[in-house]
Design a protein around this ligand. Sequence first.
Ligand SMILES: NC(=O)c1ccc[n+]([C@@H]2O[C@H](COP(=O)([O-])OP(=O)(O)OC[C@H]3O[C@@H](n4cnc5c(N)ncnc54)[C@H](OP(=O)(O)O)[C@@H]3O)[C@@H](O)[C@H]2O)c1
Length: 317
Amino acid sequence: MATKKTVAVVGATGAQGGGLVRAILNDPQGGFTARALTRDVNSDKAKKLAELGAEVVAANVDDLASLERAFQGAYGAFCVTFFWEHFSPEKELAEATNMAQAAKRAAIQHVIWSTLEDTRKWVPLSDVRMPTLKGKYKVPHLDAKGEANQVFTDLGLPVTFLLTSFYWDNFIYFGMGPKKGADGKLALTLPLDDKKLPGIAAEDIGRCAYGIFKRGHELIGNTVGIAGEHLTGAQMAAAFSKALGTEVVYNAVPHAVYRSFGFPGADDLGNMFQFKCDFNEYFCGARNPETARALNSSLESFEHWLAQNKSRIPLGE
Ligand SMILES: NC(=O)c1ccc[n+]([C@@H]2O[C@H](COP(=O)([O-])OP(=O)(O)OC[C@H]3O[C@@H](n4cnc5c(N)ncnc54)[C@H](OP(=O)(O)O)[C@@H]3O)[C@@H](O)[C@H]2O)c1
């Protein structure tokens, strides 16, 4: 049997990377093996990946030498950054640069960079429709990812840019699920107007990334945008109502109101939703569910995801 190709997966104990590791390990005849990168090889999550059959190695995206060691001998590398760990776009750009440099030095043959738009190409800092944040960003947690694309390109890496979508898992982990209002009714509060939000089950991102690696060289140099479905707030609320068996209403709030909610990152997310609304045709067009399904035949619909996950969604006040 031919030697399997190793994919080094950053963020392997997390949502995107974890999905990729599981996709590789669930396909033993697929020709790939997974090398899971983690800061702590002894954590429960890391041990679980080892039990599943992953090679687990220590690496920190802030430490170039550790990345070089972890990428050594691998065929592919999946690169992702972790904005919400530190809220710093500058740090995110530095971490992406470390991964790109490590991939270059390890002569990786196929890099997937999990990216998002540099929104300043659509909304220059001079545009007052949304506030400038952290001095030089419109949507900090998107902009530096998009800015980092150039780093991968400038190093001449064989890279596929993977444009991801809003995880439906945010309804479980990010406090975005329906909440009870003063009237006792559950409401899904989002600043989405009547626009569609490309969303995806986080696990499907890794499955799509695996589909990209399986295509060989075909998608190198391409940007691949993925989503499970494009849904309006009203459509998501209707799906919640059906899944939960109780009415959930859609509460559309203005972007400025969302920005003022006060939780960490509310201004960043308010700007993000405004970008998605103001450039809805572009944003949805760049994330085609059919593209995702062609890479990953088990792509989940929102209804299916909700049926599997509804009991995990906190329905707080
Ligand atoms: N939520 C959304 O809707 C959404 C949509 C699109 C894109 N994104 C982006 O997705 C990114 C996060 O990806 P994710 O959701 O897969 O992450 P995640 O589930 O939060 O997992 C992060 C994992 O990364 C590892 N990690 C954190 N800091 C690290 C470091 N310095 N060096 C090495 N590993 C580190 C941690 O593993 P160890 O503790 O094992 O080291 C952790 O398990 C963010 O940048 C976010 O902007 C999110």
